[in-house]
Ligand binder design. Structure first.
Ligand code: ZN
Ligand code: ZN
Length: 388
């Protein structure tokens, strides 16, 4: 398997570019799922399940003997961002783009189907999982709570994410926390509007909104130690409308909070609730509070990390041990919270634009390496029929 045929490599590139051209955002991944179902169906999985947790798909390959189940997961969704590119395979849609490289991840995982169809695991089973709605942090949870996933009991779960800023095809690993926990927060304030010449006749939430930002930013400093790396980022604020004659009566402030551990995130959540209540009350405002897009921290199992590192070494890929966890989040944390597993990074090149940039395009050179990494991992845990 080390020397993949030229046709196979070219078919992976063609698939990746097709998926890139037709991106679909969270919960809308219908055509992407159909395209993958058509592809996977050609390579005789023992079970092909669709509609898991939305548009999720699982292709299952069983071995001859009983053994552990290894799940390899990728993501189906693109982003609601306009792609700015002159590439021939750029997005055909006005405001949707595969700018996180999930097109590449899907191709890497789909690329396992032709390999597994001719060399099934000796024992156990392999589950190729195409998960919907990763970008909003909802998909993993929905997949795991879907009854169609009920009889799939993975013993090990693996996924990778491409990482710009790291040498091309280097494998980035870390024991324990790999990616941070995070959550979005929307605070709506309600006072009373009035004529701008008579603000005393209403209740303008602007000062409270400003105080909220100030007090939030001190929470990590006041309530967490230096070891609990945590961050609160104001991402949006507004009071009223740009109308010079009106003193506004409503406002909204939004934050993203993130931390290396789920426990630190919970500490911040409690304190935030307390502060919002306190400030709103002091200004006689009513408020509404909403948490959105929650992501658990991705926590890697050391045994699984060892397997990843061994496979990377076998493939002569550079291995980079990340000293501190990544500040970004991935909903794969829902899987690692429940099952033994690990998420690893694959370098996308040091000069590549960052993920979610409007001109990000997954590097095709990584496709074969990603597929081989997963194939090696499966082989290391389950022994496939044909090795080289
Ligand atoms: Zn993303
Ligand atoms: Zn992503």
């Amino acid at each position: 398997m080390d020397n993949m045929t030229k046709d196979y490599k070219e078919s992976l590139i063609a698939m990746r570019r097709h998926l890139h051209q037709y991106p679909e955002t969270a919960h809308q991944e219908e055509k992407t799922a159909q395209y993958l179902l058509d592809f996977l169906g050609q390579f005789n999985p023992d079970n092909l399940i669709s509609g898991i947790g939305g548009h999720g798909i699982a292709a299952i390959y069983n071995g001859k003997n009983k053994g552990p189940a290894v799940l390899i997961r990728c993501e189906l969704d693109g982003l609601p961002i306009k792609e700015d590119s002159r590439l021939e395979h750029r997005s055909v849609y006005e405001n949707k783009g595969h700018l996180c490289g999930h097109d590449g991840h899907m191709t890497m995982v789909a690329g396992l189907a032709p390999l597994l169809s001719v060399s099934r695991p000796q024992s156990g089973s392999v589950i190729l999982l195409f998960q919907p709605a990763e970008e909003t942090g909802e998909g993993a949870d929905r997949v795991l709570s879907d009854e169609k996933f009920g009889h799939i009991q993975p013993d090990y779960v693996f996924a990778l994410h491409n990482l710009p800023g790291f040498p091309e095809s280097a494998v980035i690993t870390r024991n324990g926390v790999f990616a941070s926990a995070s959550k979005g927060l929307i605070i709506e304030l309600e006072g009373a509007s009035s004529h701008a010449g008579h603000p005393e006749g209403g209740n303008n939430p602007a000062v409270a909104a400003a105080q909220l930002v100030q007090s939030m930013l001190t929470i990590p400093q006041k309530h967490l130690s230096m070891h609990d790396a945590a961050l609160i980022t104001p991402i949006h604020m507004r009071v009223g409308q740009p109308a010079f004659g009106t003193s506004p009566g409503d406002g909204v402030v939004m934050f993203t909070i993130r931390a290396h551990s789920n426990a630190s995130l919970e500490t911040m959540e409690k304190e935030i609730l307390h502060q919002v209540k306190h400030i709103a009350r002091a200004h006689n405002l009513s408020y509404r509070f909403r948490w959105i897009e929650p992501f658990e921290a991705v926590v890697n199992d050391p045994g699984c990390v060892e397997v990843i590192e061994k496979c990377a070494a076998d493939l002569e890929l550079e291995v980079i041990h990340k000293e501190i966890p990544f500040p970004w989040s991935e909903d794969f944390g829902v899987f690692t919270n429940k099952y033994k597993g690990a998420l690893f990074g694959m370098g996308a090149g040091e000069k590549t634009p960052q993920l979610h940039n409007e001109n990000y395009d997954f590097p095709d050179q990584l496709l074969e390496k990603g597929t081989m990494m997963f194939y090696r991992i499966i082989d290391a845990l389950l022994n496939t029929d044909s090795k080289k």
